[in-house]
Ligand binder design. Structure first.
Ligand SMILES: [Fe+2]
Length: 226
């Protein structure tokens, strides 16, 4: 992953790393088991009065995938949408191992965000470079949108404006140019907009098992077996 150093390249969960179906089961179980907490990340206020920042992580993840499926037919964007916040609920044992192996360019662990941990985690489980890149980009995409879309910034909640400054503030012109030269930047922005919308209390969407097929097909395409 860009900007990271790792001391090893082995998978965190070797017992499931070669099976598409078991790896899909693993990440779906993480969503179901650890995703029940309230979502407190990447919050924006919404003009939709039925929206709220208080949906659970599992509801938020499923809604992000739900909106992504309406926006694109690209399965990698859909997979990334479903798993974009997985860095928030990596099991502690695996998170500890990951944190010991992943450092930023200065060797600092504290500055590693959930988007980076999640992308690295998915990389080790066998997900594609595009899926990992989209997951890693869902926080920087907010900085991009704040620079290029005045309406987007105006819609941010107070909490999200506060976290924006902690995340580096709106991108500079140079960063915007670099962003637009990065791979899949439009899909990265698309995911972020779905992420921002996915806070609707009570919205009925498909459950985690609806995504088993696309996850398994994606992992098989990366070379994992049945
Ligand atoms: Fe999110």
């Amino acid at each position: 992953m860009p900007g990271l150093t790792t001391t090893t390249t082995h998978h965190l969960a070797p017992s499931i790393s070669t099976s598409a179906s078991l790896t899909a089961t693993h990440v779906l179980n993480l969503l179901s088991t650890y995703g029940a907490d309230d979502d407190d990340d990447c919050a924006t206020s919404s003009s939709n009065s039925s929206s709220s920042d208080s949906v659970s992580q599992i509801a938020h993840s499923l809604q992000t995938a739900h909106f992504a499926a309406k926006e694109t037919s690209d399965p990698e964007t859909l997979v990334a949408a479903l798993l974009h916040d997985i860095g928030q609920f990596i099991p502690m044992a695996e998170l500890t191992e990951l944190a010991m192996e992943v450092k930023d360019a200065d060797g600092n662990l504290a500055r590693i965000g959930h988007e980076t941990l999640g992308a690295e985690y998915l990389h080790r489980l066998g997900f594609s470079g595009k899926v990992c890149a989209l997951v890693a980009a869902h926080v920087p995409a907010k900085r991009f949108l704040c620079k290029v879309d005045r309406g987007y910034y105006a819609g941010l909640s107070a909490a999200s404006r506060k976290s924006l400054s902690e995340q580096g503030g709106p991108m500079s012109e140079r960063e915007v140019d670099e962003w637009k030269r990065s791979g899949w930047w439009e899909d990265k922005v698309r995911l972020r907009r779905c992420d921002d919308r996915a806070k609707v209390v009570g919205l009925a969407v498909d459950g985690v098992q609806a995504y088993r097929g696309v996850l398994e097909a994606h992992l098989r395409a990366q070379g994992l077996g049945d």
